[in-house]
Structures are given as structure tokens and as C-alpha cells.
Ligand binder design. Sequence first.
Ligand SMILES: NC(=O)c1ccc[n+]([C@@H]2O[C@H](COP(=O)([O-])OP(=O)(O)OC[C@H]3O[C@@H](n4cnc5c(N)ncnc54)[C@H](O)[C@@H]3O)[C@@H](O)[C@H]2O)c1
Ligand SMILES: [Zn+2]
Length: 388
Amino acid sequence: MKISELSHHVPVSLGDRSYHVLIQPHILPQIGRVLQDVGLSGQVAIVTNSIVNELYGRVVLRSLKRCGFSPFLVVIPDGEKAKSMFWLSKILDELVAQRLERQEVVLALGGGVVGDVAGFAASVYLRGVPFVQVPTTLVAQVDSSVGGKTGVNHPIGKNLIGAFYQPRVVVVDPQALQSLPKREWVAGLAEVIKYGMIADPNFFEYLEQHVDGLRDQAEDVIPTVIRRCCEIKAEVVGGDERESGRRRILNYGHTVGHALETWGRYRTWIHGEAVGIGMVQEAAMAQFLGMCTKEIVERQRDLIQDVGLPIAMPSMTFMDLWGAMQHDKKVVKGQINCVVPTTIGKVQVVPLVRQRIRQWFTASQSSRGKRLEPVPQAVSRPCLSKKK
Ligand SMILES: NC(=O)c1ccc[n+]([C@@H]2O[C@H](COP(=O)([O-])OP(=O)(O)OC[C@H]3O[C@@H](n4cnc5c(N)ncnc54)[C@H](O)[C@@H]3O)[C@@H](O)[C@H]2O)c1
Ligand SMILES: [Zn+2]
């Protein structure tokens, strides 16, 4: 029996670039069989980082060897800094040195950072070799491994260099999340809540009913959650692979979220935390624009807060926020395409000019303090010259 028949599998329909997301606890030791199932053979470059290699490198190597592959490891450093031209180049050097051939495989074993840079390497090496995603963080399992966005950062901005390049298969082992630091787990829940808000009110309700399971990483909740997120992402990507329309809804929470990440110089919040605050703010913006009710804003805010995410904006000026938004790819001719909710399960893309965002910002600042909101640990702007 094929592995794909044993696991939950979510199809991503993209014509001749279609593939499956396989979701199965304890599937990692069977990764060799999965690659055989999808018709791959020969050498496999396992791109991973030092932390994930320690945890899962050996099990993946062993499984691939057992199934007749010739795997080798390409280990990059931990952290966002590895998503750079420098480390892309190092990976390519290794593929050249090992004489990886056209039909052979690049496999990303790790979180979104590893997936993005390894996928980009696979897309440019010999003008494209087969690519396999084995995501090991919640963000990567529900988001970055599906959909084919790959790339690296430029010193000026995030994800400015990259390519759309779809994997041959995505192999999700929810069990691998058990070793994830709590903060990384909780941050990933922001993206999970995002799927409920943009596409599925029933899923949002399920999340509300399973707050404890979400916080505690309950084994009966996790695979269900991952599967539904992957289904939504697959459906959205299948209809708009290159983000010319509907795929933009996936950016909900990310206009303000990315601005906060930039403003905090990627140290104050990790990605999911910034997205959680971003969703709270973008829902408030929708209420300000008369596009959604206070009840919706509060329901979403409660869920975000209940799973353990920060919700409060830091003390920043409008110019801080506006300035940080300018490096965003969503800025077109001075307008920002912002995704705002109209109800639970539905969002709309609205182009907003500077003046409108300023009005919302001023109104939200003056209403701040009237509400009692918990303040996250790090809300002050980190100083550039301060050593970590
Ligand atoms: N391509 C896309 O569509 C897309 C979507 C969302 C995010 N992203 C990108 O993904 C990146 C963020 O990804 P991330 O949140 O996975 O961060 P990450 O890849 O940096 O991983 C977070 C941390 O968890 C560690 N880790 C990974 N798996 C682990 C495990 N199983 N056990 C213990 N530790 C583990 C990593 O070493 C790292 O320290 C960003 O660069 C973001 O831009 C891309
Ligand atoms: Zn995100």
C-alpha cells in the first residue's frame, strides 16, 4: 500500500504542477517510501539547519538510505539570517560539489526559513530540480510549505528576491511539532486563526471551542487543524497561484504585521506574533471603515488573546507605522492594499491612501487607554546600537 493512502492528503491542483500535502503523525521515518511513491530517485540534498538536523536529520537520512536513495546533508545556520543570498550561494555550491543531477532532489527539512531558501535553490539550480518540503514548524506546516513561494531576503526588505516554485510533495509530520519551543507554537496559531477569519466560520468556531487543546498542543486537535489550514491554502493557491487576485486574502494581518516586524527590527516579535497584532488592528480598521461590527472585532481579539498571543500595539507614531509599511510589496502607487474582514470567514481587499490610514490610526490611538489591554513583554522600540 502506498504511503499516500495511509495518510490524510490534501491535493493542491495546479495542472501539471499539482501535488499532495500528506499529513500523518510519525511519517518522518517513512519519508523514503513517500519519495519513492512520487517517482523520485538518486541523490537527495537534505537542506536543514543546525537545530532541526540534531532533532530529525538522522531519521530522515536513515529512511532515505533504506529506500535506495543517496542522501547528503546541507546544514545552514538557524534563524532568519540564513534566508540570504550568501546562504543560497552556499547551498548551490554544495549541490554543484555533489554533482546533483537534473532529476535528483532538494529536500527542505525545517521551518519556513529553510523551506524558502532551499526551495529557491531548487528553482534555480540547473534551472529547476525536484523539490520536496518537509516542514517542521506550525507556520511551515500550515502555511509556507504549501503554495510555492520561495526566496530570500534583501538587506532592504523581506522576501524581495524569489520565485514561484512548487514542490513535488509536502510531507507533514505533526509529531515533529512536539519539540517546537512554546513561543514558536503559539506564534503559528496566529496563521491558523487567520484561515478561519478569511475563509471558514465553522473552523473559526472549532478553534474557539478548542482553545485549551490549541494552547496545550493536544494530539487530537493538531492534525485536524493542520489539515483544514492546508485545505484552505490549497484551495486559495489553486485558484490564483501567482497572487494576482484571491491569493491576496492570505495577507490578512500582514500589512500591519510586516510593518511591526520591520519597525521592531525582527527582534520584538516573531512573525506570527506580529500577524496576530496585525489581525487585531486590521479588524479594527474594518470597523472604522464601517465594514464590520464591533462584535466581530472583539470575537477575533478574544480568540487571539486566549491562545496566548499578544494583542496590543506598541507606542508608535503614525510616521513609524507608515514608514515601516513602505517596504511592503502590497504598496502600489502610494496606496496600500489592505485585507480587512467583513465578518468571520470573509475578507475584502481595500486600497487605502495615506490619509485614510492616518485617520484610522489617530482614532485608534485616542481610543487606546480607554480599554484595558494587556501589554506584551516587549513593546519599546529596540535601539539599533544596543547589543543583544
Ligand atoms: N513561503 C511562504 O509562503 C511563507 C509563508 C509564511 C512564512 N514564510 C517565511 O517563513 C519564515 C518563518 O518560518 P518559521 O516561523 O517556521 O521560522 P523558522 O524557520 O525560523 O523556525 C523557527 C524556529 O524553530 C526551530 N525549529 C524548526 N522546527 C523545529 C522543531 N520541530 N523542533 C524544534 N525547533 C524547531 C528553527 O530552528 C527556528 O529556530 C519567514 O522567513 C517567513 O517569511 C514563508
Ligand atoms: Zn505569515
